[in-house]
Design a protein around this ligand. Structure first.
Ligand SMILES: O=C(O)CCC(=O)C(=O)O
Length: 260
């Protein structure tokens, strides 16, 4: 199966959901003109990292993000990996990814498992408790958020459970752009699956962000790479490549977990 995918590599206005929704609408229109099958948004794109103001600008139960992507998916007939939102619950705020299919049904919520202390997430957010697996086009995929990509065991668990493509939403700083590219390429090669990673660009009061969104195939080849500016990062991927690579070098069969 072939899929045309667009990462919406956008800038994010710090703590200004209204402006960010307006900008996202503009980029979603551009993706619709490109006739994409699926689009991906970055992490916390409605609020940015204005974590100190989440009581004011957080997203009650994630309904703002869920409602927005559901409406846009139906309008444009594409599936949406909606990036993440600061989902406000009785337990606190989660950093939660929402996924809508093209009928507007929310088919998955995944809350970031690994909180990133360097950006104070542990002081303002609650870590998730469940996996990122979901199904679209009768294929198994998985969603992750930013820092999660530093945990190969977490990603491997999803590949072992059948994920053929890993979708990553991020606000990854420019200072560690080399890690971003290396980690994502390694996750693609070691799990022999596609990696589609959408990062924000621009800056906030504390960080400059890398952009450089990536679409990587199961052989580790980069098929599309963003600049450091706002843009759509687009590629057509062919999911049958996953089986081909896994046949050529059968690492899942050759694993020796009794030694690990
Ligand atoms: O791991 C990193 O270097 C960046 C992670 C990050 O920015 C995040 O999880 O928000």
């Amino acid at each position: 199966m072939k899929l045309k995918i667009a990462c919406l590599q956008i800038d994010i206005a710090f703590g200004n959901p209204a402006q960010n929704v307006k900008n996202a609408k503009k980029w979603i229109e551009k993706a619709a003109e490109q006739k994409c099958d699926l689009i991906v948004l970055p992490e916390l794109w409605m609020t940015g990292y204005d974590l100190g103001r989440l009581d004011e600008i957080g997203d009650p139960e994630g309904n703002d993000l869920a409602g927005f992507i559901s409406e846009k998916a139906k309008e444009h007939h594409f599936d949406i990996i909606g990036g993440s939102t600061a989902k406000e619950t009785e337990e606190g705020h989660f950093n939660t990814m929402f996924i809508s299919d093209r009928n507007g049904d929310i088919i998955k919520q995944y809350s970031k498992l690994h909180l990133f202390k360097l950006m104070d997430e542990h002081k303002h957010l609650v870590g998730g408790k469940s996996d990122g697996l979901f199904t679209l086009y009768d294929e198994i995929f998985a969603g992750f958020i930013c820092y999660d990509i530093r945990f190969p065991e977490w990603i491997r668990k999803h590949a072992m459970e059948g994920a053929k493509a890993l979708f990553v939403s991020a606000e990854w700083p420019l200072a560690r752009a080399a890690h971003w590219k290396t980690l994502l390429t390694a996750r693609a090669i070691e799990n022999q699956c596609f990696v589609i990673a959408c990062n924000r660009c621009g800056d906030d009061p504390n960080n400059k962000f890398a952009g450089q969104s990536l679409i990587i195939d199961p052989w580790g080849e980069i098929v599309a790479e963003g600049s450091q500016e706002e843009e759509l990062v687009i590629a057509e991927i062919d999911l049958s490549l996953v089986e081909k690579v896994r046949k050529q070098i059968p690492i899942f069969e050759d694993r020796l977990p009794e030694f690990y």
